[in-house]
Design a protein around this ligand. Sequence first.
Ligand code: NDP
Length: 322
Amino acid sequence: MRAIRIHTTGGPEVLCYEDVPTPEPGPGQVRVKVTATGLNYIEMYHRTGLYPQPLPFTPGGEFAGTVDALGPEVSGFALGERVATASGVGGYAEYALAPADKLVAVPEGVDLHLAAAVMLQGMTAHYLAYSTYPLKAGETCLIHAAAGGVGLLLTQIASRLGARVIGTVGSPEKAELARAAGASEVIFYRNEPVAPRVRELTDGRGVDVVYDSVGQDTWEGSLDSLRSRGMMVTFGNSSGPVPAVSPLVLSGKGSLFLTRPTLGHYIATPEDLAWRAGDLFGWIVAGALSVRVDRRFPMSDAADAHIALQGRATAGKVLLVP
Ligand code: NDP
């Protein structure tokens, strides 16, 4: 089969499109014939070595397709069944493996491209708004990169929960998308300092929670945007990782709470996975969640997809199609 492989960490040029053996499912694994693979920022970290992987490897944890083969000890899935995962292995390929307990059936009414587009970023938005800091009606949140993949979904979910969303964006086009998703105010964080603007918009009080995927560049402004005893949720490093921080900083800025969550811990049980994926698929079928696919690249052009995502040129989801 054809697949992307990374032999050495580095820039987008290390993504090689090659002939590789089709993977055999081991115990508890399912082989999926991939219809579409979701591009996620974590693959930038795998490619560059920020999150080290054993070399060589095929990136890609999120994909949707049809069940092609069952490994030993797998039950509950039928050959040809439509499935999706956010926790697979080697998704930048024609065939990829997924642990059966991290695979979900895709219901009628959700096409496989949409399923690949919503699993990882959608379940992330879901756990952030429902579990990490369960948003309540009337609360105010600050969402960075509000027109990004996670951002557009989180903005919709937060505003539907009745929260007021202040979003940051990098361009006027992205501002329009964030507003359409439910942001009541947007801040152009490349040109204007975030915290003073947030104070203005909240009559000096600050927001209840910040959902920060940008990391290094937004860290200070995020802490300074919080109300006393507010919650700082730092969940990504799009601009680089946040440097070490002293807990005393949190007391100085108002007895803040700080968490650094990751999706795996929020879909660790079958119940959590079924809840989050079930809600997302249900909302899509009901027309209550809009999943914006920004663009699709052929799998062979994965390098161009990485360049677009890292270059801040995308708004919403990027898909790779084998
Ligand atoms: P996005 O679609 O949000 O893309 C990144 C966006 O971040 C850009 O479009 C850009 O938006 C903004 N950005 C700000 N500064 C930079 C910079 N220096 N370089 C690049 N982009 C920048 O990506 P995803 O939705 O896939 O992921 C968003 C973040 O969330 C990532 O950091 C990812 O690792 C994290 N994440 C974490 C998870 C978890 O469980 N912890 C799960 C899923 C994602 P703009 O132009 O508007 O500034």
